[in-house]
Design a protein around this ligand. Structure first.
Ligand code: OOG
Ligand code: MG
Length: 262
Protein backbone atom coordinates (compact mmCIF):
# COMPACT_ATOMS: atom_id res chain seq x y z
CA UNK A 1 0.00 0.00 0.00
CA UNK A 2 1.48 3.39 -0.94
CA UNK A 3 2.12 5.76 1.97
CA UNK A 4 -0.46 8.51 2.43
CA UNK A 5 0.55 12.15 2.25
CA UNK A 6 -0.19 12.28 5.98
CA UNK A 7 2.24 9.44 6.73
CA UNK A 8 4.95 11.01 4.57
CA UNK A 9 4.53 14.32 6.40
CA UNK A 10 4.69 12.53 9.76
CA UNK A 11 7.90 10.70 8.84
CA UNK A 12 9.47 13.97 7.62
CA UNK A 13 8.49 15.59 10.91
CA UNK A 14 10.11 12.74 12.90
CA UNK A 15 13.37 12.80 10.95
CA UNK A 16 13.64 16.57 11.04
CA UNK A 17 12.90 16.68 14.77
CA UNK A 18 15.73 14.19 15.32
CA UNK A 19 18.03 16.40 13.26
CA UNK A 20 17.06 19.56 15.17
CA UNK A 21 17.30 17.85 18.59
CA UNK A 22 20.46 15.88 17.67
CA UNK A 23 19.05 12.49 18.60
CA UNK A 24 19.02 9.15 16.85
CA UNK A 25 16.04 7.26 15.53
CA UNK A 26 15.30 3.92 13.89
CA UNK A 27 15.23 3.45 10.13
CA UNK A 28 12.11 4.33 8.15
CA UNK A 29 12.24 0.88 6.54
CA UNK A 30 11.98 -0.77 10.00
CA UNK A 31 8.34 0.36 10.01
CA UNK A 32 7.82 0.53 6.23
CA UNK A 33 9.88 -2.26 4.61
CA UNK A 34 8.17 -1.69 1.25
CA UNK A 35 9.16 2.01 1.10
CA UNK A 36 9.67 2.98 -2.56
CA UNK A 37 12.29 5.33 -3.99
CA UNK A 38 9.52 7.76 -4.82
CA UNK A 39 8.26 7.74 -1.23
CA UNK A 40 11.79 8.09 0.15
CA UNK A 41 12.41 11.19 -1.99
CA UNK A 42 8.92 12.48 -1.07
CA UNK A 43 9.87 12.32 2.63
CA UNK A 44 13.10 14.21 1.86
CA UNK A 45 11.10 16.83 -0.12
CA UNK A 46 8.72 17.22 2.83
CA UNK A 47 11.71 17.91 5.12
CA UNK A 48 12.88 20.64 2.71
CA UNK A 49 9.36 22.10 2.58
CA UNK A 50 9.28 22.29 6.41
CA UNK A 51 12.58 24.18 6.44
CA UNK A 52 11.54 26.59 3.66
CA UNK A 53 8.26 27.27 5.48
CA UNK A 54 10.33 28.40 8.49
CA UNK A 55 12.32 30.80 6.29
CA UNK A 56 15.39 28.65 5.58
CA UNK A 57 16.90 29.05 2.12
CA UNK A 58 18.00 26.29 -0.22
CA UNK A 59 21.74 26.86 -0.84
CA UNK A 60 22.90 23.70 -2.57
CA UNK A 61 22.39 20.15 -3.76
CA UNK A 62 24.49 17.05 -3.16
CA UNK A 63 25.25 13.67 -4.55
CA UNK A 64 26.38 11.02 -2.09
CA UNK A 65 27.64 7.45 -2.10
CA UNK A 66 29.36 8.21 -5.41
CA UNK A 67 32.70 6.53 -4.64
CA UNK A 68 33.49 2.85 -4.13
CA UNK A 69 35.09 3.77 -0.79
CA UNK A 70 31.85 5.32 0.46
CA UNK A 71 29.62 2.57 -0.95
CA UNK A 72 31.78 -0.07 0.75
CA UNK A 73 31.83 1.82 4.04
CA UNK A 74 28.05 2.08 4.11
CA UNK A 75 27.28 -1.28 2.44
CA UNK A 76 25.27 0.14 -0.47
CA UNK A 77 25.59 0.12 -4.24
CA UNK A 78 24.20 3.28 -5.80
CA UNK A 79 24.39 7.08 -5.45
CA UNK A 80 21.76 9.17 -3.69
CA UNK A 81 20.85 12.86 -3.84
CA UNK A 82 19.98 15.50 -1.25
CA UNK A 83 20.02 19.21 -0.41
CA UNK A 84 21.62 21.77 1.89
CA UNK A 85 19.93 24.81 3.44
CA UNK A 86 21.60 28.03 4.62
CA UNK A 87 21.97 26.83 8.21
CA UNK A 88 24.23 23.97 7.01
CA UNK A 89 26.90 26.35 5.73
CA UNK A 90 30.04 26.78 7.85
CA UNK A 91 32.32 29.67 6.83
CA UNK A 92 35.72 28.77 5.32
CA UNK A 93 38.06 28.29 8.31
CA UNK A 94 35.12 28.69 10.68
CA UNK A 95 33.84 26.85 13.71
CA UNK A 96 31.30 24.06 13.71
CA UNK A 97 29.71 23.33 17.11
CA UNK A 98 29.29 19.58 17.70
CA UNK A 99 26.38 20.36 19.94
CA UNK A 100 23.51 20.01 17.51
CA UNK A 101 25.12 17.01 15.82
CA UNK A 102 24.78 13.32 16.72
CA UNK A 103 27.85 11.47 15.39
CA UNK A 104 29.42 13.73 12.76
CA UNK A 105 31.85 12.57 10.08
CA UNK A 106 33.71 14.57 7.43
CA UNK A 107 34.13 13.84 3.74
CA UNK A 108 36.56 15.37 1.21
CA UNK A 109 34.64 16.49 -1.87
CA UNK A 110 34.84 18.58 -5.02
CA UNK A 111 32.07 21.19 -5.19
CA UNK A 112 30.69 22.40 -8.51
CA UNK A 113 28.96 25.72 -9.19
CA UNK A 114 26.87 25.89 -12.36
CA UNK A 115 26.51 28.86 -14.74
CA UNK A 116 23.81 27.24 -16.90
CA UNK A 117 20.84 25.05 -16.08
CA UNK A 118 21.33 21.29 -16.45
CA UNK A 119 18.37 19.14 -17.39
CA UNK A 120 18.02 15.39 -17.74
CA UNK A 121 17.32 12.86 -19.10
CA UNK A 122 20.41 12.46 -21.22
CA UNK A 123 22.65 14.81 -19.25
CA UNK A 124 26.29 13.72 -19.59
CA UNK A 125 29.71 14.71 -18.37
CA UNK A 126 30.44 17.04 -21.32
CA UNK A 127 27.22 18.98 -20.69
CA UNK A 128 28.18 19.30 -17.02
CA UNK A 129 31.66 20.60 -17.82
CA UNK A 130 30.20 23.09 -20.26
CA UNK A 131 27.69 24.32 -17.68
CA UNK A 132 30.18 24.55 -14.80
CA UNK A 133 31.22 28.02 -13.69
CA UNK A 134 33.95 26.71 -11.35
CA UNK A 135 34.91 23.89 -9.02
CA UNK A 136 36.21 24.41 -5.48
CA UNK A 137 37.32 22.23 -2.54
CA UNK A 138 34.49 21.27 -0.17
CA UNK A 139 34.20 19.33 3.08
CA UNK A 140 30.84 17.81 3.86
CA UNK A 141 29.89 17.08 7.47
CA UNK A 142 27.44 14.18 7.41
CA UNK A 143 25.44 13.09 10.44
CA UNK A 144 22.99 10.25 9.91
CA UNK A 145 19.93 10.54 12.08
CA UNK A 146 19.89 6.74 12.24
CA UNK A 147 21.19 4.73 15.16
CA UNK A 148 24.88 3.81 14.85
CA UNK A 149 25.05 5.51 11.43
CA UNK A 150 23.50 2.36 9.89
CA UNK A 151 20.92 2.49 7.12
CA UNK A 152 19.74 1.18 3.77
CA UNK A 153 19.53 3.36 0.66
CA UNK A 154 15.86 4.30 0.89
CA UNK A 155 16.11 5.20 4.57
CA UNK A 156 19.15 7.41 3.93
CA UNK A 157 17.36 9.15 1.04
CA UNK A 158 14.43 9.93 3.35
CA UNK A 159 16.97 11.33 5.85
CA UNK A 160 18.28 13.77 3.21
CA UNK A 161 21.40 11.62 2.70
CA UNK A 162 22.74 12.44 6.18
CA UNK A 163 23.37 16.08 5.15
CA UNK A 164 24.27 18.28 8.14
CA UNK A 165 26.96 20.93 7.48
CA UNK A 166 29.47 21.84 4.78
CA UNK A 167 32.29 24.25 4.07
CA UNK A 168 33.74 25.31 0.75
CA UNK A 169 36.82 27.41 0.13
CA UNK A 170 40.18 27.65 -1.56
CA UNK A 171 40.62 28.60 -5.18
CA UNK A 172 37.55 28.68 -7.44
CA UNK A 173 38.95 26.86 -10.50
CA UNK A 174 37.70 26.64 -14.08
CA UNK A 175 37.27 23.06 -15.28
CA UNK A 176 39.79 23.61 -18.12
CA UNK A 177 42.43 24.45 -15.51
CA UNK A 178 42.30 21.12 -13.68
CA UNK A 179 42.06 17.42 -14.58
CA UNK A 180 39.28 16.39 -12.26
CA UNK A 181 40.20 12.69 -12.63
CA UNK A 182 43.83 12.92 -11.58
CA UNK A 183 43.51 15.84 -9.19
CA UNK A 184 44.92 14.71 -5.84
CA UNK A 185 43.40 15.42 -2.43
CA UNK A 186 44.70 15.15 1.11
CA UNK A 187 42.47 15.64 4.14
CA UNK A 188 44.14 16.29 7.48
CA UNK A 189 42.78 15.92 11.00
CA UNK A 190 44.76 17.93 13.53
CA UNK A 191 47.65 18.16 11.09
CA UNK A 192 47.81 14.40 10.43
CA UNK A 193 46.89 13.18 6.94
CA UNK A 194 43.87 10.88 7.36
CA UNK A 195 42.43 10.52 3.84
CA UNK A 196 44.01 10.62 0.38
CA UNK A 197 42.54 10.20 -3.06
CA UNK A 198 42.00 11.50 -6.56
CA UNK A 199 38.93 12.87 -8.30
CA UNK A 200 38.41 9.69 -10.32
CA UNK A 201 37.35 7.90 -7.12
CA UNK A 202 33.98 9.55 -7.71
CA UNK A 203 32.35 7.58 -10.55
CA UNK A 204 35.49 7.86 -12.72
CA UNK A 205 35.05 11.64 -12.88
CA UNK A 206 33.20 13.81 -10.33
CA UNK A 207 31.21 15.55 -13.09
CA UNK A 208 29.45 12.21 -13.63
CA UNK A 209 27.81 12.67 -10.21
CA UNK A 210 26.40 16.03 -11.36
CA UNK A 211 25.06 14.46 -14.59
CA UNK A 212 23.39 11.71 -12.53
CA UNK A 213 21.79 14.35 -10.31
CA UNK A 214 20.46 16.19 -13.40
CA UNK A 215 19.06 12.91 -14.75
CA UNK A 216 17.49 12.10 -11.39
CA UNK A 217 15.83 15.55 -11.22
CA UNK A 218 14.76 15.20 -14.86
CA UNK A 219 12.65 12.20 -13.86
CA UNK A 220 10.81 14.48 -11.43
CA UNK A 221 10.42 17.21 -14.08
CA UNK A 222 13.04 19.38 -12.34
CA UNK A 223 16.46 20.72 -13.32
CA UNK A 224 19.65 22.00 -11.74
CA UNK A 225 19.33 25.80 -12.08
CA UNK A 226 22.21 28.05 -13.11
CA UNK A 227 24.18 29.23 -10.09
CA UNK A 228 23.68 26.03 -8.07
CA UNK A 229 26.35 24.74 -5.68
CA UNK A 230 26.57 20.93 -5.80
CA UNK A 231 28.71 18.60 -3.68
CA UNK A 232 29.75 15.68 -5.88
CA UNK A 233 30.30 13.13 -3.08
CA UNK A 234 32.99 11.88 -0.73
CA UNK A 235 36.21 10.81 -2.48
CA UNK A 236 37.23 8.64 0.49
CA UNK A 237 35.57 7.05 3.50
CA UNK A 238 34.06 9.53 5.92
CA UNK A 239 36.17 10.30 9.02
CA UNK A 240 34.56 10.66 12.49
CA UNK A 241 35.18 14.00 14.25
CA UNK A 242 34.73 15.39 17.77
CA UNK A 243 35.00 18.76 19.52
CA UNK A 244 38.56 20.06 19.29
CA UNK A 245 39.29 18.52 15.88
CA UNK A 246 40.61 20.71 13.11
CA UNK A 247 40.00 19.40 9.60
CA UNK A 248 41.60 20.72 6.44
CA UNK A 249 41.31 19.61 2.85
CA UNK A 250 43.99 20.31 0.25
CA UNK A 251 43.16 19.81 -3.43
CA UNK A 252 46.06 20.00 -5.86
CA UNK A 253 46.01 23.33 -7.70
CA UNK A 254 42.69 24.30 -6.08
CA UNK A 255 43.86 25.47 -2.67
CA UNK A 256 42.55 24.40 0.72
CA UNK A 257 39.58 24.77 3.01
CA UNK A 258 38.93 23.72 6.55
CA UNK A 259 36.90 24.02 9.71
CA UNK A 260 37.26 23.48 13.43
CA UNK A 261 34.85 21.46 15.56
CA UNK A 262 34.09 23.07 18.90
C1 OOG B 1 25.21 9.07 3.16
C2 OOG B 1 25.70 10.33 2.50
C3 OOG B 1 26.98 10.10 1.75
C4 OOG B 1 28.77 11.12 0.31
O1 OOG B 1 29.41 12.11 -0.02
O2 OOG B 1 29.07 9.98 -0.07
C5 OOG B 1 27.62 11.32 1.21
C6 OOG B 1 26.07 8.64 4.31
O3 OOG B 1 27.13 8.03 4.09
O4 OOG B 1 25.67 8.86 5.46
O5 OOG B 1 27.28 12.44 1.47
MG1 MG C 1 28.90 13.83 1.00
Amino acid sequence: MPLSAHTIEGLAERLEACQLDARETHKITDDYPDLTWQEAYAIQAAILARKLARGRKLVGLKAGLTSTAKMKQMGVTSPVFGFMTDDYAVPHGGECPVQGLIHPRVEPEIAFVTKKALKGPGCHIAAVLEATDFVIPGIEVIDSRYRDFKFDLKSVVADNTSAARFVIGGQPTRVDQVDLRTVGIVMEKNGEPVAFGAGAAVLGHPATAIAMLANHLGELGQEIPAGTLILSGGITEAIPVAAGDHISLHVHGMGSTGLRFV
